[in-house]
Design a protein around this ligand. Structure first.
Ligand code: 9WN
Length: 423
C-alpha cells in the first residue's frame, strides 16, 4: 500500500467519501458492506459536512425515512439487491417495502445532529433539518427506553452483538456461549471473500448471530416481545453512554427549538441513565464493564466499551480515572486506543473488535476527554489516529501494534473521522 501523506490526507478522505456515495446514502465500503449502515451513515455525515452540508443532512434523512412505526431505526437499510453480503433481506424477512434488518445499532444520530448544527456554516439549513429530525430521533430514544429497558433500570440492553457495533468483542463471549446453534441451517458467509478471515469473527460466532436472527424472526420482529425472548441481553456501558449522550444532545436542541415535552422527557432519561451507569463501574479494572442481564452478573472484560462512557456526562472523577486507564494502555500498544486491553490473554491485535483500533471510537473518546483537562492525552490519541492512516491507509480498523490495515479498505467512517481530526 502506498503511504498517505498528511498533506494530501484531507483531500484523500473526501475522495473516499465520494467513491462510497450512492447519491442519498453512503456505503461503508463497496463489496464488503454494500448497503446503508445506521451508525456508519451518521458518523460519515460528519465528514461530508466538511465539503457539502446538504449532502450530510441527506445522509441522515435517508436513514430516518426507514424508521419503523414503533420508533426503531434499523441497523441496515438494503436499498438495492446485492448478493455480496450475508445475511441479506431474505434472511431477515422484516416485511418492509424497502427491506431492512430487524435490529438496531448505537444511536449516534442525536450526537451527530447536534454537532452538525453547532458547526454549521449554513445555520438556517441546519436548523430546518434538525427541527425535522429531533422528534424522530426522540422517538427512537423512547423506543430504546420502552423496549430495551422494560424493567426501567435506567440502562438498555442489546439483544444481538451486531447491535453493539462491536460484533465479536470479548465482552459478549460468556453471554454468547449460551446462545444455541441448533436449527441454524447451512449458509455461506460473504465477508471472508472480501476480507481476511483471520481479521473477522469465527464461523461459530456466525452460527450464533444467525440463531438470534431466526429467533427474532419467529416472533415477527415484535419489539414488545424480543427483549424477554432473547437469551442474549447485555447492558453495554459504551452503548448506553452513546444513548445517554445523544439523548442529552437532543434535549438541548429540543429546548432551543421550543419542543418542551421532548426536552423534559430527555433530561429525565439522561439523569436516570447517568445514575444507573455508575453501577457498571469496576474498581479493579478502573473502567466500566458490561452487565449480563440473564446471568445477573458483571462481565470481567476490559474492552473499549468500558472506556467509552467518557462520551457521556459522567462525573469528572470518572473522566480522570478513564484518562488514567488510557495512559496505562499507552505502554502496551504503539497506537491508541486498542479495542481491548493487550494485558488480557484474550486480546487479538488483528481480529476485529478484540484488539484493533477503530477511529470512530477514538473520536468519541477524545470528545469526552475534553471535559477532563488532559490535552496531552488528547493530542496523543489524535496523532496516533493520523499516523495509522499515514501508515495503513483508510482501512476499516488497524492493528494497534503495527498499524497493519484490517478488514475493508477505502472506508467511509475512517475517512470522515480523519476529516474531523484534521479540522
Ligand atoms: C454487521 C458496517 C458495520 C459496522 C459495525 C461492524 C461491522 C457488520 C458485519 O460492519 O458489522 O453489522 O457484517 O460485520 O462491526 O460496527 O457498523 O461498517
Amino acid at each position: 500500500m502506498k503511504p498517505i501523506s498528511r498533506l494530501d490526507m484531507f483531500d484523500h478522505a473526501e475522495r473516499v467519501l465520494k467513491i462510497n456515495d450512492m447519491g442519498t446514502y453512503t456505503v461503508p465500503t463497496h463489496g464488503l458492506y454494500p448497503f446503508q449502515w445506521n451508525w456508519d451513515s451518521c458518523l460519515t455525515a460528519l465528514g461530508q459536512a466538511h465539503f457539502d452540508e446538504h449532502r450530510a443532512w441527506t445522509e441522515i434523512d435517508t436513514l430516518f425515512q426507514h424508521q419503523w412505526e414503533d420508533g426503531m431505526v434499523p441497523h441496515i437499510v438494503f436499498h438495492k439487491q446485492d448478493k455480496g453480503y450475508f445475511p441479506g433481506p431474505d434472511v431477515w424477512q422484516t416485511g418492509r417495502t424497502v427491506p431492512t434488518s430487524g435490529i438496531t445499532q448505537p444511536p449516534v444520530a442525536g450526537y451527530v445532529v447536534k454537532r452538525l448544527v453547532d458547526h454549521a456554516r449554513d445555520p438556517d439549513l441546519a436548523e430546518a433539518r434538525a427541527r425535522d429530525l429531533v422528534p424522530k430521533i426522540a422517538r427512537w430514544h423512547e423506543w430504546f427506553h420502552a423496549c430495551r429497558d422494560p424493567k426501567k433500570t435506567g440502562l438498555v440492553a442489546i439483544l444481538h452483538p451486531w447491535e453493539s457495533g462491536r460484533d465479536n468483542s470479548i465482552d459478549w463471549d460468556d453471554a454468547f456461549s449460551r446462545v444455541p446453534t441448533d436449527g441454524v441451517g447451512e449458509f455461506k458467509r460473504r465477508d471472508t471473500s472480501h476480507a481476511d478471515a483471520a481479521h473477522r469473527p469465527t464461523d461459530e460466532q456466525y452460527k450464533r448471530y444467525i440463531w438470534l436472527v431466526q429467533r427474532f424472526r419467529s416472533l415477527n420482529w415484535d419489539n414488545t416481545r424480543l427483549h424477554d425472548a432473547s437469551p442474549f441481553q447485555v447492558v453495554d456501558p459504551g452503548f448506553n453512554a452513546i444513548l445517554i449522550r445523544s439523548v442529552a444532545d437532543i434535549a438541548e436542541l429540543a429546548e432551543r427549538y421550543g419542543m418542551t415535552g421532548i426536552a423534559q422527557m430527555s433530561r429525565r432519561h439522561v439523569a436516570e441513565g447517568l445514575a444507573a451507569l455508575e453501577s457498571l463501574w469496576d474498581d479493579r479494572l478502573g473502567q466500566y464493564v458490561c452487565f449480563d442481564r440473564p446471568a445477573g452478573r458483571k462481565v470481567d472484560s476490559a474492552s473499549i466499551g468500558g472506556i467509552l462512557p467518557v462520551f457521556a456526562a459522567i462525573p469528572l472523577e470518572r473522566v480522570q480515572q478513564l484518562a488514567t486507564r488510557i495512559e496505562a494502555l499507552k505502554a502496551r500498544v504503539e497506537y491508541l486506543i486498542p479495542s481491548h486491553d493487550p494485558a488480557d490473554p484474550r486480546f487479538e491485535s488483528l481480529r476485529y473488535w478484540r484488539g484493533p483500533v477503530w477511529l470512530i471510537i477514538n473520536h468519541m473518546i477524545i470528545d469526552g476527554l475534553v471535559r477532563g483537562d488532559v490535552p496531552d492525552l488528547i493530542a496523543r490519541i489524535t496523532s496516533d489516529s493520523i499516523r495509522l492512516i499515514e501508515e495503513g491507509g483508510f482501512a476499516e480498523y488497524h492493528d494497534p501494534l503495527t498499524a497493519e490495515p484490517c478488514g475493508g479498505g477505502t472506508f467511509s467512517w475512517t475517512a470522515a473521522m480523519i476529516m474531523e481530526f484534521l479540522q
